[in-house]
Each structure stands twice: as structure tokens, then as C-alpha cells.
Design a protein around this ligand. Structure first.
Ligand code: TXA
Ligand code: MG
Length: 356
């Protein structure tokens, strides 16, 4: 694509309103703005302007059949773009909006096809971040925003990550510092008979069970990596088109070692020995406990094993960091519990690792 001049806005004390006004003008004029949310940085454009939404797909080199999430700042805005909203959606909104929950609802005709990848449904989310909410409000329109990375790469958790992927490809980047959560929102489909989690994320399945009688874990416990996996997860068709593509992957190959802590440590030691024998250099991304027992050529310690929130917070930055070091392979420690945000961390690592 043709190079674009990318403006960088840094949010500082005293310039919040002015920054939001300038960025909102770009959105209203049909441009693209990357902005922080509580989960990851998003790349936004007016969700109701097809030409603007096209620019998102171009900037990210994203497949056109992978639909976008419409970010809203109010429930009234959800009603403008969605129809036949089930009662349980309002309970979920009471509990988790604003927050890291995306609901799949039936769409209204006002939403252009490019935004939904031609689907009859629309993903909606109200981000829990003052910059994101301010930008949506000031723009006066729902903002379509996928994660602000080149398609297939780890999602960005800082403005520097966004710039590394998208400088020269988007109109502006708002730098609001490092995000709080670090993995994307939970995607919950409310258009099938039984609500189904299409992507585990910032909100755990247990929390959702508090609001909805029955929830299917379609993308959570097992990896929904391609159409066949989706079918075997009992969904028949690809419900969340994004889940069929390679995702979250650095250029360096990633190996995920899952299981109980003891066998993870044993397996990682063996892998290190094998790679060293071949003359390869190993980058390790691990919990503190694992790091007490193994070491590679580049060691990145993320968190204590019982703190999946911290693992999530450091996950994508960690993958990008090790990708930038002189290593031939990245081995990730999967010895955490697959619970709450831990399920989202393991899901992202499985995708980053492909089948490795
Ligand atoms: O936390 C997040 O959700 C971040 C921030 C920026 O809000 N956004 C994000 O967007 O992760 P993206 O585009 O990277 O992921 C959206 C996911 C994809 O897997 C996509 O296929 C799915 O949601 N999705 C979007 N619309 C859908 C729809 N109508 N039906 C089913 N899945 C949908
Ligand atoms: Mg993404």
C-alpha cells in the first residue's frame, strides 16, 4: 500500500481533551486511528463508513472475511447497530460493560458488509478505557477496531508495538501507555441457540456462567485453530472466522510446553539440550518457578505460576521481545492453570505455536 504519514499523539496531563478531539476528527473524516483499550491496542475507523473500514483491512493486510468488532460508548449505540437483542445480553452488559467482553448479536442493515465480513451478525464491545471511550463518544459513531497489529502477528500492548507494525500505514496512533490486561476480549456468541464462547479472553467462563444458564466453550478449552477443529468442537461451521487463521505468531518459531509443572520442566530441559546439540539458541518465556530449574540463552521471566493475570499482561510483549533477540526458537512455559484469563493465555500460546 502507499505510505501514509502517521501522526503520533501522546496522552499527557492536560492534553487529553485536545488529543481526543483531533483523533475524533480523523475518524469522522474516514481515517484510521490506533488507540489503547484495557485489553490490547485497537486500530479504529468509523464502523458505518465502508471506505474507512476498508482502510483497516489494507493497513493490517487482514483477510476480508474476518469480521471486526464495533466498539461503542453506550447501550443506545448497541441498539443502533444490533436487533433482536436477547434478555441475557442486558444482564451481561450490567455485569461486564464496559469491560473485556464482546457480544455477537444480530446486525441491523445500517452496518456495512465490510465491517461484518458479510455476516448477518455484529460483534459489539464497550472498552473500559478513558481514551477509547472518549474517542468513540467524540467521534459520534461506533468504531470498528481489530487489534492494531499486522495480521498474524502478536497483538500490541504498547504504542511502540503498534508503530513497529503499522507506522506509515495508518493516519494516527494515540499513545496511552501499556495496556492493563494484555490479552483480547472474550467473544461470546448470543445468536446460536446456546451461548458459545468463540474466543477465551479477559473474562473467564466461570464469570459468564454467573449470568447465562448454559455456555458452550467452543474456542476455549480446546484450540479452535481451523475449520476442522471448529467442526469437531461441535459448531459445524466457522462461527468466528478469525479463529481459523494463524495468529499471535512472532517470526521465530514458538514451542508451547503444557502440563503439570514437573513434566513441563523436564520437557523444557530436554528440548534445550536437543536444540543446543544442533547449535541452536533458545529463548525461554517462563514462570518464576520454572526459571529456578531451567535456563536457556535468553531467559524472560514473566510472573509467579499462580498469577495468570501477570502472564497475560506480559505475554505479547514477551513474544515480541524474544523475537527481537538472537534466538532460533522460543519455548513457552505452559505450566499455568487453564482458568480465568489463564485459558486465554494458553489459547494464544497454542495459536502462536501452531501445532508445535
Ligand atoms: O479486546 C479486543 O477484543 C480487541 C480490542 C482492540 O478491542 N479487539 C480484537 O479484535 O481483538 P480482533 O479483530 O483482533 O478480533 C476479533 C475476533 C476475531 O476472531 C473475529 O473473527 C471475531 O472476533 N468476530 C468479529 N465479528 C464477529 C462476528 N460477527 N461473528 C463471529 N465472530 C466475530
Ligand atoms: Mg487480532
Amino acid at each position: 500500500m502507499e505510505a501514509t504519514k502517521t501522526q503520533i499523539f501522546r496522552i499527557d496531563r492536560g492534553n487529553f481533551e485536545k488529543t481526543i478531539r483531533a483523533a475524533a476528527r480523523i475518524i469522522r473524516d474516514g481515517g484510521t486511528v490506533a488507540f489503547p483499550t484495557e485489553t490490547v491496542y485497537g486500530l479504529g475507523a468509523d464502523a458505518l463508513n465502508p471506505a474507512a473500514v476498508m482502510k483497516i483491512f489494507q493497513a493490517k493486510a487482514r483477510p476480508a472475511d474476518n469480521p471486526l468488532i464495533a466498539h461503542v460508548s453506550s447501550r443506545a449505540q448497541i441498539r443502533e447497530i444490533a436487533r433482536d437483542i436477547p434478555a441475557c445480553a442486558f444482564d451481561l452488559m450490567d455485569a461486564f460493560m464496559p469491560g473485556p467482553l464482546t457480544l455477537i448479536l444480530k446486525r441491523k442493515a445500517i452496518v456495512p458488509d465490510v465491517t461484518t465480513g458479510g455476516l448477518d451478525t455484529i460483534a459489539v464491545r464497550m472498552p473500559d478505557h478513558p481514551v477509547a471511550l472518549g474517542l468513540i463518544r467524540e467521534s459520534g459513531t461506533p468504531i470498528a477496531a481489530p487489534s492494531a497489529n499486522l495480521s498474524g502477528r502478536p497483538s500490541p500492548t504498547t504504542a511502540a508495538h503498534v508503530a513497529a507494525d503499522l507506522a506509515g500505514r495508518v493516519d494516527a496512533i494515540i499513545d496511552g501507555g501499556q495496556v492493563r490486561i494484555g490479552v483480547e476480549s472474550t467473544v461470546l456468541d448470543l445468536t446460536s441457540q446456546t451461548p458459545a464462547i468463540l474466543r477465551p479472553g479477559g473474562i473467564g467462563i466461570k464469570d459468564i456462567r454467573g449470568c447465562v444458564d448454559e455456555v458452550k466453550d467452543a474456542g476455549g478449552a480446546r484450540d479452535v485453530g481451523n475449520a476442522r477443529d471448529v467442526a469437531s468442537a461441535g459448531m459445524g461451521v466457522v462461527k468466528s472466522p478469525g479463529m481459523k487463521y494463524t495468529h499471535y505468531a512472532p517470526e521465530t518459531p514458538v514451542i508451547l510446553v503444557e502440563g503439570d509443572p514437573e513434566s513441563v520442566v523436564t520437557r523444557i530441559s530436554k528440548l534445550i539440550a536437543e536444540y543446543h546439540k544442533k547449535g541452536s539458541r533458545v529463548g525461554l518465556m517462563m514462570t518464576e518457578e520454572t526459571a529456578e530449574q531451567v535456563s536457556g540463552d535468553e531467559d524472560l521471566i514473566l510472573c509467579p505460576r499462580d498469577n495468570p493475570d501477570a502472564y497475560a499482561h506480559n505475554l505479547f510483549g514477551g513474544l515480541r521481545y524474544l523475537d527481537g533477540r538472537d534466538v532460533d526458537v522460543i519455548i513457552a512455559d505452559g505450566s499455568i492453570q487453564s482458568e480465568g484469563v489463564g485459558a486465554a493465555v494458553l489459547n494464544r500460546l497454542r495459536k502462536a505455536a501452531g501445532s508445535r
